[in-house]
Design a protein around this ligand. Sequence first.
Ligand code: PLP
Length: 401
Amino acid sequence: MSGNNTLRNGSRRAFLQLSAAATAAMAFRIATEASLAAEERNVFHPGAVVIDANENPLGPCDAARKAIVDMAPQGGRYSYWLKEEFVKTFTEMEGLKPEYVHVFPGSSEPLHFSVLAFTSPSRSYVTADPGYEAGMRAANVSGARVVKTPLTKTYAHDIKAMLAAAPDAGLFYVCTPNNPTGTTTPHSAVEQLLAAKPKGSVVLVDEAYIHFSNGVSTFDLVKADQDLIVLRTFSKIYGMAGIRCGMAIGRPDLLDKLDTYNAGSAMPITAVAAATASLKHERLVSERKQLNAAIRQKTFDWLTRQGYAYVPSETNFFMVDAKRPAKEVIDAMAKRNVYIGRPWPIWPTHVRITVGTQPEMETFQTAFDAVMKNPKAVSFARPADSRRIYADGLMLPRVSS
Ligand code: PLP
């Protein structure tokens, strides 16, 4: 009898330990654009055009590449001071205090940690629909109610609807420009949200794509010590998605709450060196913004001529209405070796296209036209060789910035 009890107690303890470990693992299973895109991705084939994850085909600028190479010999050390130099460079440029910036390997982590820190079963997570899904996945971990409100007619976040839908809000997520629409929410709307939000709630403004757009940053609201955290990443205009550097910018007491969930690993020193070099490149953002806008506009002009409806994005991606199930179009495009982005349940006939290089967009146009005009003709043979070429960069031409 007592033996049985011991056994039962032992297995109960083991079960509790296991479930604690499972909960901890869940807390750290962070959704990222890469993982979300990968849910749809299979294997890429030589010559593939990969425009499904809002990546930047230009990669890091030349100065960042040089900084990585120059830093590599010091890769045996945890060089924390490099992060300080990076923060100093950034905060001096933006007129922020250094303690208002925490650095992470990308912005996915601070997004996830913000949701864990400010939502719970009694404090909901409020977001736009269609909107970037990573925060919703994090809310599943914190047990928060996920409140999704449709965008306005101009594809901005509907602040009034967000406020009305969630008097119990813990965190309002405002992605501007919004993923997947590429459209911005006015600065004044964020101000309205801050003025009217429930006590104790926090606003998370995700500015991952702001450099591509004419949107106005909300750093001034951080400087005014408002209840908001702003996210920035080097994955987009700076072309460092695979190198990993991002930031949370906010009042120190808010950022400290994120750190509760942060394992606190040292940043990769190559990422910090590349990010610092990118910040110091004076024309990088303006040149890349201009190039992206020109390729996007050419693509929009083509879509208009062909009679396809699209959302007027300000970023490096846009939604096109295929007027038939998105998955069907994505699969047909993949058979033509062109990988386009995933659908959102609220817009089941829209597909998300990332702006690639001009030649990539021309390949996209040919494939899209063929798929749209002849949905059944998808018999483009895949090469027998099924190497995953995405990682080795075979289809990513080296383009200097
Ligand atoms: N926020 C938005 C809106 C994104 O689309 C992404 C990635 O695509 C991220 C955050 C996170 O990117 P990263 O972790 O590469 O900084």
